[in-house]
Write a protein that binds this ligand. Structure first.
Ligand SMILES: NC(=O)c1ccc[n+]([C@@H]2O[C@H](COP(=O)([O-])OP(=O)(O)OC[C@H]3O[C@@H](n4cnc5c(N)ncnc54)[C@H](OP(=O)(O)O)[C@@H]3O)[C@@H](O)[C@H]2O)c1
Length: 257
């Protein structure tokens, strides 16, 4: 094998789903600078509004932005079709889009705050989105010789670890996401060249998602996006087939489902 072949085999084609802000944007920034990244497909629902992502794509020629609203199956399917004209495989797909609150939706503190619209939108983004990504992007992953499919989950989605209550929509949608990841890992492990599936908890990270809830978090427990992404990439880089189906925290510890 020539040096060029060795290098080509080490270079990863990556897809970051939910890349307009927060942790997803930082994955793009971090991976764009790595010598082992061949190409990054960065997806977001409104590329025209994603100023920081567009600026990154102007700076790094290996970033390609695609439109993908993870809450719309037709949008996920269309993005997969667009991608087919640009690559035959993906070595790493990371689902980062997540919904905890919006201007009109706050996490529930008690039962009477639960409503169907908020439950529905949380499930669409946090749970249904990642499994639709698997459904439509599966062929790209199985054309890689070592693919990882990772979804950002949250410790509060652990049923076994739930001692505080509250946040019904977010907790339940992340628990559903974890079940999808686990079920997918079992199916994909039966294939000749399995794709590794991971559910990852990033810790509390300083982004728009956590900002309203940071006041009781100590400085050392509040990670910058830079630190969070480095920690998650070290888990992803070290993952092998024996890790598939695990729910792993930023420090490598297993979280109970
Ligand atoms: N930050 C934390 O402390 C923390 C802790 C535990 C787990 N997590 C998980 O980590 C992930 C990333 O969180 P973050 O802190 O980076 O959140 P964030 O800063 O609020 O960013 C959320 C991202 O999700 C995207 N998104 C929302 N709905 C979407 C849709 N329908 N289609 C496509 N993209 C959509 C947003 O895009 P727009 O710009 O278009 O809105 C944005 O890029 C989430 O899954 C979250 O649950 C975060």
């Amino acid at each position: 094998m020539t040096d060029t072949n060795v290098k080509a085999n080490m270079e990863r084609v990556v897809l970051i789903q939910g890349a307009s802000r927060g942790i997803g944007l930082q994955f793009v920034r971090e991976l764009a600078q790595r010598p082992d990244t061949a190409k990054i497909f960065a997806t977001c629902r409104r590329p025209g509004d994603a100023a920081e992502l567009s600026a990154l794509a102007e700076h790094y020629s290996n970033i390609d932005i695609l439109t993908l609203d993870v809450a719309q199956e037709t949008s996920v399917a269309a993005a997969a079709e667009t991608l087919a004209a640009r690559t035959d495989h993906i070595d790493l797909l990371i689902n980062t889009a997540g919904l905890l609150h919006t201007d009109s939706q706050q996490p529930e503190r008690r039962l009477r705050e639960v409503n169907a619209d908020a439950l529905r939108s949380s499930f669409e983004v946090n749970a249904i989105g990642p499994i639709l990504m698997a459904r439509y992007f599966e062929p790209f992953l199985f054309r890689s010789s070592h693919a990882v499919f990772a979804s950002l989950s949250a410790r509060v989605g652990s049923i076994g670890d739930n001692r505080l209550g509250g946040w019904y929509a977010y907790r339940a949608s992340k628990a559903a996401q974890n079940m999808f990841t686990r079920t997918l890992a079992i199916e994909w492990a039966r294939r000749t060249q399995p794709v590794i599936c991971l559910a990852l908890h990033p810790g509390t990270v300083d982004t728009d998602l956590s900002r309203p809830f940071q006041k009781n978090v100590t400085a050392e427990k509040l990670f910058s996006v830079e630190r969070a992404v480095k920690q998650l990439m070290s888990i992803i880089d070290g993952a092998s087939e024996k890790d598939t189906g695990r729910f792993i925290a930023w420090d490598g510890q297993d979280i109970p489902f």
